[in-house]
Design a protein around this ligand. Sequence first.
Ligand code: UFG
Length: 339
Amino acid sequence: MRVLLTGGAGYIGAHTAIALVEAGHEVLIADDMSGTSPEAVRRIERLTGGAVPTLAADLRDESALREFVREHAPVHAVVHLAGLKAVGESMAEPVRYYDVNLGTTITLLKVMASEGIRTLVFSSSATVYGTPDELPLTEQSPTGIDLANPYGKTKRIIEEILSDAAAADPELRAVSLRYFNPVGAHPSGLIGEDPHGIPNNLMPFVSRVAIGSLPSVSVFGDDYDTPDGTGLRDYIHVTDLAAGHVAALEQAEPGYDVFNLGTGEPVSVLELIAAFERASGREIPRQIAPRRPGDVAASYADPSKAGEKLGWRTTLTIEEACRDYWNWQSNNPKGYAGA
Ligand code: UFG
């Protein structure tokens, strides 16, 4: 298939681009480059050994997007990852989050309709569940419980839009993938996560401490009702996550469906720090800090639906994720900017 990959120069997008090409698909990238660098596309091309046509534009620009799709017709499917993704930022700038995340999706759906593209895979998030009332989380678990941040709400609203669009168009195949916590990097060390400024998420933060650009990591709460008192999450290696997109795309059926992409294995903050120390051979200074507002004690997947319907399952452990993240970090201490 020829696949339009929005957000294809980002962290998950770059790994998904490589996985798609390795599975025999052709990839076109559309990305405004706001959260990444054109260097990511050059490295995708290096790893895949071919040119990847790229539109660097705001994807709310309907005519630019349509022109790009027409130029590369026929486009058979879209994998839609473009969007803003920082929970805290979304609380400070809610209107921008609704504008970018919803506007991009609506524009894309209009272009898909006018150009006859009928298959869409969307990057949703486990954040749509809000505060879990049962664990592990299945796709039937209720969504939106105490969901306070606009970022998560945009994911939930987009899921509703796709469900409605599929109900109205019997030929549309739409799939939402609810990611748990993506970590790790491409084993080549050429592609990885490149957050601007101080990272919000745990593994990039810990990695910056290991490389020496941040002094220590704060553990946000050690009094949760969990085995060691720190938060439990389901950390999924980004190459496993990328493979989930390929499986969802190739097996999408008419209608709307949703899958959890996680390992099913809860890992605590302290366990992740210990695994990163082993992988990097560096000591990671840490201190216990107050709970971070909005955090849940535990969130992890029941990934069995994706196993049964898509034949997809994770293959990599937290140890391998730390090893690959560290390999990327130590080869690229300044991320893509150091290239
Ligand atoms: N944590 C720390 N110190 C840090 C950063 C994080 O202790 O410096 C802890 C958090 O309290 C939490 C765990 O590490 O217990 C993971 O936190 P992350 O920020 O890495 O990830 P979250 O689970 O908060 O959020 C992630 C994504 C969101 C997504 C959500 C879905 O970043 O985009 O998963 O559950 F919405």
